[in-house]
Write a protein that binds this ligand. Structure first.
Ligand code: G1P
Length: 289
């Protein structure tokens, strides 16, 4: 079955980025001139996704408004003949069929995904975490995962090799390498201590699941940090179906924390046609090169 649906959880508080996230969703934080969530939606669309469910919560209305049409603004731009900006605004609303659901209590990533059950139905689907950009030279990372899914017809997660001192921040796979970047999972552990981690291969913000994950989530007990962990549901799924991991081609930018946000803006800014050359000159000068 062709994968055409994606789920983007975007309900979290964004505590790593307070105080800005007190009234501003972390997914709306800009990278150069677009909010992070737009890059994530574009990755899904460029991977063949037509329907996207955004899981939002309190204080996330800015995300809804961003994907809605802004008639007054469009009219004003039209009257002033600012056609380029007008087309840019309209393109945002036409990216995909965007649906919303509210996660009323924040009980973890696994709990968020349970809200997608009616939207997804009985189809395989992609999950893209709403605060992380994945940049690739060729195919979008979600498309890379979908291609691997089409070969195996089993759930598959994006993997990234991280330094041992950072394994405690991620879901970590214990897997058997099958070649060409593919791993067959034996186990997944959520945020292990370095000495307990079975590997340094981290689950990196993109997933494709068979719909069986929902039955697992319904039976997943509260786990780490008092939350329903997606990683625990994946471990349960492993008892019934194989799950694979895939080392994607590309680079991950997690903008949910201050340092990475600044770095990501510099990297994207330097690559930007409009501001890149000037930014580079200024930076070199500023750093005394
Ligand atoms: C979540 C997942 C974790 C995964 C990570 C990727 O953690 O629970 O398994 O490795 O995303 O970014 P979070 O970053 O929400 O704490």
């Amino acid at each position: 079955m062709k994968i055409r649906k994606a789920v983007i959880p975007a309900a979290g508080f964004g505590t790593r980025f307070l105080p800005v996230t007190k009234s501003q969703p972390k997914e709306m934080i800009p990278v150069v001139d677009k909010p992070v969530i737009q890059y994530v939606v574009e990755e899904a669309v460029n991977s063949g996704i037509t329907d996207i469910l955004l899981i939002i919560g309190r204080g996330k209305r800015a995300i809804e408004e961003y994907f809605d049409r802004s008639w007054e603004l469009e009219k004003a731009l039209e009257e002033k003949g600012k056609i380029e900006q007008l087309n840019q605004l309209r393109a945002i609303t036409n990216l995909a069929n965007i649906h919303f659901v509210w996660q009323k209590e924040l009980n973890g990533l696994g709990h968020a995904i349970t809200h997608a059950r009616t939207f997804v139905g009985n189809e395989p689907f992609a999950v893209l975490l709403g605060d992380t950009l994945l940049e690739s030279d060729n195919e979008p990372v979600t498309m890379q995962l979908i291609k691997q899914y089409n070969k195996k017809k089993r759930s598959i997660v994006a993997l990234e090799n991280v330094p041992p001192e950072l394994v405690h921040r991620y879901g970590i796979i214990d897997g058997i390498e099958e070649g060409e970047g593919l791993f067959k999972a034996k186990n997944f552990i959520e945020k292990p201590r370095a000495e307990e981690a079975p590997s340094t291969m981290a689950v990196a913000s993109r997933y494709v699941f068979t719909p069986s994950i929902f039955d697992m989530l319904d039976n997943t007990p509260v786990g780490l940090n008092g939350e329903i962990q997606l990683t625990d549901a994946m471990r349960m799924l492993l008892l019934q179906e194989e799950i694979y991991g895939f080392c994607f081609e590309g680079t991950r930018y997690d903008i949910g924390n201050k340092l990475n946000f600044i770095k990501t803006n510099l990297i994207y800014g330097l690559k930007n046609q409009e501001i890149g050359p000037e930014l580079k000159k200024w930076l070199e000068n500023f750093l005394g090169k």
